[in-house]
Ligand binder design. Structure first.
Ligand SMILES: [Mg+2]
Length: 401
């Protein structure tokens, strides 16, 4: 059996925001890779991997994925959180990659085998006004995407140019206005449904911006437009409001891209308060916990919609795809749209055709990293941290991202 000999971090993309873990074994040529990307604090995750979790792995049997996951999860006594989960998620994916290579089969075969031919994904459409958005939605319909996310303006809508601000306002930027959002988004869907009909499956992402009372009202007002789902209508701190939302309307709810702890998603799934769970596989702690989430979802009739987003990397995408291929509770997959140069650095990456993602038949995750090409993508200061935008309401108070 292979023993773990070395744990390395490879950082790529500008500022090294993609953190790829490489676990090397004592068997000739046998290694695995995983995604520990953390866009905002990449250097912190890399330090956790290199100085804290990585050394704990040396000499362990690479095959004992469950045991390693359990040991690392509680190794710092305090557990969870986005930084440690990302590091743990990267290690976990790399171990599944190794196990697949040892077995000579793709990870989705190890997990029970394919239960669908390919993975349907959703596209991201946007526009400054209704017409531009409808054109963009039509573009993705023509490309063959089964589900399309619809956003108005940069981050979805609700920003007011001429808001009534105090004389000492802290920001000159357009202010976020909950009531304006509540007017804008139903009007947007009214336009889209009038123009495109009800055949296209459409979603909208609130990005947790709204006050919870307004989020419930929005879900109710969107009911006539029959969304595929409404995403992140509430902030993780306000998930108790999902019960009230359920009582008010049948708009399907997707939630969870910020979740990093079982106690965040467990009650929402087991009480059937959401319809799609959106944990990012790396941030959930990897394939090991996420396959348990998928199994839990199946029993409760909830579906998975693993998160990607612009900061995601192709290795995390591959891990999500393997779960999607084998999970009966799969609902839909978000997809990044990587650049050609980015994909060249990851031979064996998932392939997109129309709105479907296809795995290859290579053992393990089926994806590798070309370290030379990855190095070419790496420019800028690797210590630099990034922060979520500080959107503000008219009175200058900050909006939760
Ligand atoms: Mg989102």
């Amino acid at each position: 059996m292979a023993k773990i000999k070395e744990v390395r971090c490879i950082r790529t993309r500008p500022n090294g925001t993609w953190v790829i873990v490489k676990i090397i074994t004592d068997q000739p040529g046998l290694y695995g890779i995983g995604s520990a990307s953390e866009h905002n604090h990449a250097a912190t995750v890399a330090t956790a991997l290199e100085e804290s979790l990585g050394p704990l792995l040396i000499g362990r049997e690479a095959s004992r994925i469950e045991d390693i996951w359990q040991c690392l999860y509680t190794s710092g006594y305090w557990r969870g959180g986005s930084i440690l989960n990302a590091a743990l998620g990267g290690i976990d994916m790399a171990l599944w990659d190794i196990k697949g290579k040892e077995a000579g089969m793709p990870v989705y075969e190890l997990l029970g085998g394919a239960c669908r031919a390919a993975v349907p994904c959703y596209a991201h459409a946007g526009g400054r006004d209704h017409e531009a958005l409808a054109d963009d939605v039509q573009y993705y319909i023509d490309e063959g995407w089964p589900v399309i996310r619809c956003q108005l303006g940069g981050y979805g809508g609700g920003f007011v140019e001429n808001a009534l601000k105090p004389r000492n306002a802290w920001s000159a930027a357009p202010a976020f206005d909950d009531e304006a959002y509540l007017e804008a988004i139903p009007a947007m869907f009214e336009y889209l449904r009038h123009k495109l009909g009800f055949a296209p499956k459409l979603t909208h992402d609130v990005h947790e911006h709204l006050k919870p009372q307004i989020a419930v009202a929005l879900a109710k007002r969107l009911e006539p437009y029959r969304l595929f789902f409404l995403e992140d209508a509430l902030a993780p701190e306000q998930i108790g409001w999902y019960r009230l939302m359920r009582q008010q309307c049948t708009t399907p709810q997707a939630m969870g891209e910020l979740f990093v702890n079982v106690n965040e998603y467990l009650p929402l799934i087991s009480e059937r308060l959401i319809d799609y769970v959106r944990v990012r596989v790396a941030k959930g702690g990897g394939i090991t916990p996420c396959r348990k989430i998928a199994a839990l979802c199946e029993f409760y009739g909830v579906q998975t919609a693993w998160q990607e987003g612009g900061d995601n990397d192709p290795v995390n995408q591959a891990a999500a795809m393997h779960l999607d291929m084998t999970s009966y509770s799969f609902g839909i997959q978000e997809e990044n749209g990587f650049g050609a140069e980015e994909l060249e650095a990851f031979p064996g990456h998932a392939t997109m055709e129309g709105g479907y993602m296809y795995p290859n038949d290579q053992p393990g995750l089926g994806i590798d990293i070309d370290e030379e090409k990855a190095k070419n993508l790496l420019v800028g200061d690797q210590v630099r941290a990034f922060y979520a935008a500080e959107d503000r309401r008219a009175d200058s108070s900050v909006v939760r991202p």
